[in-house]
Design a protein around this ligand. Structure first.
Ligand code: NDP
Length: 254
């Protein structure tokens, strides 16, 4: 398989303080990218940076709440000023709060929309000018945006309504942006994981978690590293090849 090195590139991974984002930052650094890792839990980011650096890589921790437009913009600015350029953006930060729509806590809806959609938009908007430069210069002559959606961006289910809405929205936005910038050699793709073993479910209340445990019919979830591998695949294709959509499921999930 042809794998294009990420030597000389700079990547941003949002939501890198745990789960898929953390594993992705490590994987992209192994492929040669300098990685700016963004999230709110700075202690977790500092540990990740130390681990990447001890393996010979380059990384930068940036504490930011991406739901705040000025923090999102400043985070991208800091990454570019400190690491020199921007080639790859992985919009991974996300929140999944489940429950029925009738009687729901509307504040939970606001938080999901703020992270899964507005945060992704703010970071993307700030990053695009730098990615446009990377699409034309001589490091790779191509740039990448990978948006992390979900199986919940393809299939709606009871109790997932607002999470479904945010992820279906991510899919639509990704394809629209792809059409706008692909001829500038910015590849824009969406990755839709099935169930992955991370902290994602832990943000729900005990009743929701008990319900999920009771109905659990997925004996073996994906590991975050499985999704990191899929992301690495998308961003190490030859310049001519753009993976616009990738659906990555546990074998044991219908
Ligand atoms: P985690 O809960 O482990 O990771 C979520 C990340 O998002 C954390 O690093 C968190 O960092 C960050 N984040 C949340 N809110 C903000 C914010 N306001 N500003 C900046 N960062 C924020 O879950 P996963 O790794 O599973 O989730 C990653 C992505 O994968 C999400 O988009 C999720 O929807 C998607 N996904 C996950 C699946 C799964 O089964 N796990 C399946 C399909 C998709 P911090 O709290 O430090 O800010």
């Amino acid at each position: 398989m042809q794998i294009i090195s990420l030597d000389g590139t700079v990547a941003i991974v949002t939501g890198a303080s745990s789960g898929i984002g953390e594993a992705t930052a490590r994987r992209l650094a192994e492929h040669g990218a300098a990685v700016a890792v963004i999230a709110r839990r700075k202690d977790r980011l500092d540990s990740l940076v130390a681990a990447i650096e001890s393996g010979g890589g380059t990384a930068l921790a940036i504490e930011a709440d991406i739901t705040d437009q000025s923090q999102a913009q400043a985070a991208v600015q800091t990454a570019v000023e400190s690491l020199g350029r921007l080639d790859i953006l992985v919009n991974n930060a996300g929140l999944m709060l489940l429950g029925q729509i009738a009687g729901a806590d509307i504040e939970e809806w606001e938080r999901m929309i703020a992270v899964n959609q507005k945060g992704l938009l703010y970071i993307t908007h700030a990053a695009l000018p730098y990615l446009q430069s990377a699409g034309t210069d001589d490091v790779r002559g191509v740039a990448d945006i990978v948006n992390i959606s979900s199986i919940a961006g393809r299939q709606a289910s009871a109790n997932f309504g607002v999470y479904n809405m945010t992820k279906f929205g991510v899919n639509g936005f990704t394809e629209a942006l792809r059409q706008e910038v692909t001829k500038q050699h910015i590849r824009v793709g969406v990755l839709e994981p099935g169930a992955v073993l991370t902290e994602l479910v832990s943000h729900n209340n005990q009743q929701i978690r008990d319900g999920l445990d009771a109905s659990d019919d997925i004996p073996e979830r994906l590991q975050p590293e499985d999704i990191a591998d899929s992301i690495a695949y998308m961003v190490t294709r030859p310049r001519r090849a753009s993976i616009a959509e990738l659906w990555a499921m546990p074998t044991s999930q219908v």
